[in-house]
Design a protein around this ligand. Structure first.
Ligand code: PEP
Ligand code: MG
Length: 569
């Protein structure tokens, strides 16, 4: 059978399907063996219960403003959770049957669910879904909740895959992914491109059409998935397999990029894992413009210590050598980038919630080890610390104050590292003059900036046509950032998935961008796009770019006026 989808990370692969049902929480939990002495498992259960109760309380307060009925339901959940007889039943399983806390919760919850569901009384029957909900919440709150796993050579087949799961599966040896949905600018897609893992999405009803263990051969470049290739498909499969064997993973590139009219454009890499930094010499990039450190911590069971952070950061620093630039971002936890063990707030709308720097300001225990580790790296080589999701001067000032306190110095100039702000929240873009007076550099995160400015979720495929950085409000804001940075002589780096779109890269060059940080997969396209462009011509057309009324109009204008951009793409 041949399935067609959309490749969001190119490459060819062959493996056996590992099919993931959307909610296998209970089955996975039930399979988890006891990994600690029984009393420690009981302690884990107790702290998971208190975390779950605190979450319910928070949700109840938030909901109470809108719906008393829903709020009452959450109170009922919290009461059930703290029911001593329930906890006693779970504890007994841990102590007497040597079960893990997760397995004991799963067993007791399933029993309760079955009892409720079989009841003659409709009120009890209605309760059975609540019991499952509670069980799920408890399992999620257990630090080592049962993860879904993959074996080496697996092709992961699932409706969707979260960034944390993606990282785990790749560490376990998964060679490719096939899903129903995945936004092109989502973090899962970014990770796939960075790590060079082929990924096909947009394949409908994967669970119904692909059985566990089936052989899969796929070419994400063309979006083709061959399921159990036999008979007519063997020829095609062999051609794809031949491509896997010869595909050079990376081509040696030149250092940086030079435009057609001889202007040097700084080209850096976005990375999420030290492995990507190891390839930097081959890729030809001039440094790391954005190290998204949060993904280092996503496939673990506890927050990392200072020494662990230091070891990871040092690996990147050593891979870069002393002369290449390193911009290392404090972890942007929150929203879909929360590790499974995270005891952090669950907001009503996570993208607008406590994420990035807002979280770090509340949690010195997560911030301090990172800052101290960066300071240690900075003693060996220059490094810029980037602050994620700065939303106001208040937040920026509070962050700088924390940095001074952690480093034990009085003034910004005494910090061992340089500091830079991510401009991802439109409000920060509008305060650019004041921000530039407080930091050494800025990095424009075009994925989030576009999402927040245009109210278009970057993760949602259905919103891809709305999430368009070529829309005038985005370009006008970017232009004001570039102009302010030039006036104040501060470097500004354009980050995000922009280089996958040569038209956007050309427009940004025309507006004055001279530093780009892109993913490994997009790097060759970025360098060759820049090489085909005449920046003087683009700059003289910049005024027109900004006057056009929509992204589509601008695209047409560029295609007409600068056909070499589209033709060479
Ligand atoms: C961005 O928002 O564009 C960015 C570079 O950061 P991230 O993609 O990690 O959110
Ligand atoms: Mg961002």
């Amino acid at each position: 059978m041949i399935l067609k989808g959309r490749g969001i990370s190119p490459g060819a692969a062959r493996g056996r399907a590992r099919v993931l049902e959307p909610d296998s929480t209970f089955a996975n939990a039930a399979a988890l063996p006891q990994r600690h002495p029984a009393p420690r498992e009981v302690e884990r259960l107790q702290s998971a219960v208190s975390r779950a109760v605190a979450q319910l309380e928070r949700l109840r307060k938030q909901l109470g403003r809108f719906s008393n009925k829903d709020a009452a339901l959450l109170t009922a959940h919290a009461t059930m959770l703290t029911d001593p007889s329930l906890l006693e039943r779970i504890t007994q399983r841990i102590m007497d049957q040597a079960m893990s806390a997760e397995a004991a919760v799963a067993a007791v919850v399933m029993e309760l669910h079955d009892d409720f569901a079989a009841s003659d009384h409709p009120v009890f029957r209605d309760r059975s879904a609540d019991v499952l909900d509670l069980g799920r919440r408890l399992i999620e709150n257990l630090n080592e909740s049962a993860p879904r796993t993959a074996t080496p050579g697996a092709v992961i087949v699932a409706p969707e895959v979260a960034p944390s799961e993606f990282v785990r599966f790749v560490h376990q040896g998964a060679v490719a992914f096939v899903t129903e949905t995945c936004g092109n600018k989502s973090h899962t897609a970014i990770l796939a491109r960075g790590l060079g893992v082929p990924f096909v999405t947009g394949v409908s009803a994967v669970l119904e059409r692909i059985a566990e263990g089936t052989e899969i051969v796929l070419d994400a470049g063309e979006g083709t998935v061959l399921v159990d290739p036999s008979g007519v498909e063997t020829g095609r499969a062999e051609r794809i397999i031949a491509r896997i064997a010869v595909a050079p993973t990376l081509q040696a590139g030149q250092q940086g990029a030079i435009s057609q009219d001889g202007i040097h454009i700084t080209t850096l890499l976005n990375i999420s894992d030290p492995i990507e930094a190891a390839a930097i010499g081959t890729v030809g990039a001039e440094g790391v413009g954005l190290f998204r450190t949060e993904f280092l911590y996503i496939d673990r069971t506890t927050w990392p210590t200072e020494d662990e952070c230091f070891a990871d950061y040092l690996r990147v620093a050593e891979a870069l050598g002393p002369d290449r630039e390193l911009n290392l971002r404090l972890a942007d936890f929150g929203a879909e980038k929360s590790p499974p063990y995270a005891d952090i707030p669950i907001n009503r709308n996570p993208s607008l919630g406590i994420r990035g720097i807002r979280l770090l300001l509340q949690r010195d225990d997560i911030l301090r080890p990172q800052v101290r580790a960066i300071a240690r790296v900075a003693r060996q080589r220059p490094v810029t610390m980037l602050m994620p999701m700065i939303d106001s001067l208040d937040t920026l000032d509070a962050t700088i104050e924390r940095l001074l306190a952690i480093c034990g110095v009085k003034e910004r100039g005494q910090l061992p590292f340089r500091i830079g702000t991510m401009i991802e929240v439109p409000a920060a873009g509008l305060m650019i003059e004041e921000i530039l007076d407080r930091v050494d550099s800025v990095a424009v995160g075009l994925n989030d900036l576009t999402q927040y400015l245009l109210a278009a979720d970057r993760d949602d495929e259905m919103l891809e046509r709305y999430h368009d950085a070529l829309q005038p409000p985005v370009l006008r804001l970017v232009k004001s950032i570039l102009d302010a940075a030039q006036r104040k002589n501060r470097p500004v780096t354009m980050c995000g998935e922009l280089a996958g779109d040569p038209t956007l890269a050309a427009v940004l060059l025309g507006l004055g961008a001279r530093r780009f940080s892109v993913s490994r997969t997009h790097y060759p396209t970025a360098v060759s796009t820049i090489g085909r462009l005449n920046i003087a011509e683009l700059s003289s057309a910049a005024g027109q770019f900004l006057k056009l009324g929509s992204g589509a109009e601008l695209r047409r204008f560029i295609a007409q006026k600068f056909p070499q951009i589209v033709a060479g793409a």
